[in-house]
Write a protein that binds this ligand. Structure first.
Ligand SMILES: NC(=O)c1ccc[n+]([C@@H]2O[C@H](COP(=O)([O-])OP(=O)(O)OC[C@H]3O[C@@H](n4cnc5c(N)ncnc54)[C@H](OP(=O)(O)O)[C@@H]3O)[C@@H](O)[C@H]2O)c1
Length: 317
């Protein structure tokens, strides 16, 4: 496994993390033993960054993660737990209550990175009020670091200006070889400010793994049922890219998923993909998408194929 510095925190995180939204009804891994096997494999492969959130499975993901890490017996200071607080909980009083509950589910006395999952769009809590509450939790030792997710840049600036003695350490947004909007403003911002960029849905929810085809587009019973990526109108557009990923996978003796993840880590040293896994074999494969790099000509060919793809999001109505 490769590791990178988490800014100047002194922490080192694996070049690829494990996303654990899968441990929920939304994705279908609700059996604890399966989740534990996935986490155990991740640890075995050297992954030390675990991404979860209070809302995943209404707490189930945090609960499984905390229980498994404890049972596996990993040392607390050898792993980095990144959870998220939803925008709806950013009322200062709720911040304390929510973090306390999260710590209980995670069976730990501190969270390495508490990420703001999304802005309080419907509640309009004033930014500095909740940021001061979060900074208080850092001072109390319940949180080590703060990160943002799905925040527009202007609001990221505001969040940072509200902090008095600390700064945020990470930014988390959607980024994969098909959906590259983050390249416009977000990744350059992370690079300018030396912030780690955690890429969510790095496999485009499985669309770039080569196992789903237009002829064999499964009717998903999970969160993908209405995901625009899997709508035939969009899926048709990504076919040439997926064909190329399959071809390169054969060339390198890898899988299309590994090629896609390798493409992401080559885009920037600060991008850490956090793919989710539903089976232990998937996390093993995903861990092996680092420690090697594809040829730059192949990278460029993928880049130009993907640059021409325009996904339509206004697709169902
Ligand atoms: N901050 C946010 O708002 C936000 C939003 C979304 C996600 N996230 C985080 O990002 C993580 C990953 O994103 P995601 O879950 O949306 O999607 P993803 O990582 O792009 O795709 C995950 C899915 O791809 C398939 N897969 C994984 N590894 C594979 C492999 N090696 N070969 C073939 N198929 C493979 C699995 O589904 P199948 O086997 O069923 O195809 C898996 O459930 C989440 O777990 C979560 O932690 C954060």
């Amino acid at each position: 496994m490769e590791y990178v510095n988490l800014g100047n925190t002194g922490l080192q995180i694996s070049r690829i993390g494990l996303g654990t939204w899968q441990f929920s009804e939304t994705w279908g891994v609700t059996n604890y033993e399966i989740a534990k096997n996935i986490i155990e494999k991740a640890v075995e492969m050297g992954i030390n960054l675990f991404d979860t959130a209070m809302v995943y499975g209404n707490g189930l993901s945090e609960e499984f993660l905390g229980k498994a890490l404890r049972e596996i017996g990993v040392k607390r200071d050898e792993i980095v737990i990144a959870t998220k607080i939803p925008g709806d909980y950013l009322n200062p009083e709720d911040v304390f209550r929510a973090v306390k509950r999260s710590l209980e589910r995670l069976q730990t006395n501190y969270i390495d990175i508490l990420q703001l999952h999304w802005p309080p769009c419907w509640h309009n809590f004033p930014t500095c009020k909740y940021m001061r509450a979060l900074e208080r939790l850092v001072k109390l030792g319940l949180i080590d670091h703060i990160g943002v997710s799905n925040y527009p840049i202007t609001l990221v600036d505001e969040v940072r200006s509200c902090l008095s003695t600390i700064d945020i350490v990470s930014m988390q947004y959607r980024y994969n070889i098909i959906e590259r909007q983050a390249e416009e403003e977000l990744i350059p911002y992370a690079e300018e400010n030396d912030l780690v960029f955690l890429a969510w849905s790095p496999l485009a929810k499985g669309a770039v793994t080569g196992k789903y085809t237009l002829e064999n587009l499964p009717i998903f019973s999970d969160v993908r049922r209405t995901d625009p990526i899997f709508h035939p109108e969009n899926f048709r557009k990504i076919k040439p890219l997926v064909d190329k990923l399959v071809e390169l996978a054969e060339k390198y003796g890898r899988t299309p998923a590994q090629i896609s993840l390798n493409w992401i880590i080559m885009y920037s040293d600060l991008i850490i993909p956090i793919p989710g896994a539903k089976k232990p074999e998937q996390v093993v494969q995903n861990a092996k998408s680092v420690e090697w790099r594809m040829n730059i000509h192949d990278w460029l060919e993928l880049e130009s194929l993907s640059r021409n793809i325009r996904i339509t999001y206004s697709i169902y109505y």
